[in-house]
Ligand binder design. Structure first.
Ligand SMILES: Nc1nc(=O)c2c([nH]1)NC[C@@H]1CN(c3ccc(C(=O)N[C@@H](CCC(=O)O)C(=O)O)cc3)C=[N+]21
Ligand SMILES: [Mg+2]
Length: 291
């Protein structure tokens, strides 16, 4: 192995310690941040994430409110719950776990969340604020990736970044964040012509396509920093979108799966909840937790 391992699990644990310190400071002022997580349906993987989010929320000293609704919940009932959470002063952050059941309009539900409580940063107002360089709530997965990239590389200015994946959740907001840091950004996807050749030009390669081990060793520029956002359940367990065993011999640094981007996503959810709380009380943004 020649690549440096970017230890997202350790980075996330450190981030949560800093968040816990800030939360303790708020408590002295009588403020306890609260995060509401809404899960519709019984998807086992989603239940695991929601449980670990709840546990980590409480570990940093925040209140966790979990709402589990049956898969056949009418959309209006979910919208009524979101309204209630929007109005509740004890709730500073709201996360509606995606995907939602087929009978629901995801965009409509996400846009019903008060933008100030939209800790996923998926609401159109936050997407627009990020795209125009204004103070936004930033999606957790790209925020976590940005933190690891800055920590490993320092300045990202002038670096060539290729993001594989064009989702609203990862690819597009990742591009916005890298642009803000003056990287030269290309968004590629499953239909991109000559994808391996394009990837070989990347100083920073972010893989977020959802295809197990799609990125081969010879797609990677020697010394590049590789961020693997993929979480694919296969017969040989959890694997990323990058062929890790091949990539680690060529890349300069790489995130593992598990233990890379996933834990950072949850830590950034807590960071965003803290930021949302600070903003609602007119306090300055917590140091180092926002882009
Ligand atoms: N509104 C919404 N926001 C989300 O942020 C959101 C969502 N919906 N729906 C589902 C996905 C998935 N997601 C993960 C978070 C942490 C890990 C994580 O911590 N993974 C561990 C491994 C966990 C395991 O072993 O299964 C790791 O990579 O080391 C994975 C996946 C957040 N999501
Ligand atoms: Mg695809």
């Amino acid at each position: 192995m020649t690549a440096t391992l970017i230890d997202g699990k350790a980075f996330a644990a450190n981030l949560r310690t800093r968040i816990a310190t800030e939360v303790a400071g708020l408590k002295d002022q009588g403020i306890v941040p609260g995060l509401a997580v809404v899960l519709v349906g019984e998807d086992p993987a989603s239940q695991v994430y929601v449980r670990s989010k709840g546990r980590m929320t409480r570990e940093v000293g925040m209140n966790s409110y979990e709402h589990k609704l049956p898969a056949d919940t009418p959309q209006d009932a979910l919208l009524a719950l979101i309204d209630q959470l929007n109005e509740d002063p004890a709730v500073n952050g709201i996360l509606v776990q995606l995907p939602l059941p087929k009978h629901m309009d995801e965009a409509l539900v996400i846009n019903a969340i008060d933008p100030a409580k939209d800790v996923d940063g998926f609401n159109v107002l936050n997407v627009g604020l990020l795209a125009t360089g204004q103070k936004a709530m930033v999606p957790c997965t790209p925020l976590g990736c940005l933190m690891m990239l800055r920590d490993h590389l320092g300045s990202l200015s002038g670096k060539r970044a290729v993001i594989i994946g064009r989702s609203n959740i990862v690819g597009k907001p990742m591009a916005q964040l890298l642009l803000r840091d003056s990287a030269t950004v290309t968004i590629a996807h499953s239909r991109t012509d000559n994808l391996p050749e394009l990837c070989r030009q990347a100083d920073i390669l972010v893989a977020a396509v959802g295809h197990p081990r799609m990125v081969q060793g010879d797609w990677i520029k020697p010394g590049a920093t590789v961020i693997d956002v993929g979480i694919n359940r296969t017969d040989d367990g959890l694997v990323g979108d990058v062929d890790f065993d091949a990539a680690k011999e060529i890349a300069g640094a790489i995130t593992p799966v598990p233990g890379g981007v996933g834990p950072m996503t949850i830590a950034c959810l807590l960071a965003n909840t803290l930021t949302a709380t600070a903003r609602v009380y007119g306090l300055p943004d917590p140091e180092g937790l926002t882009p």
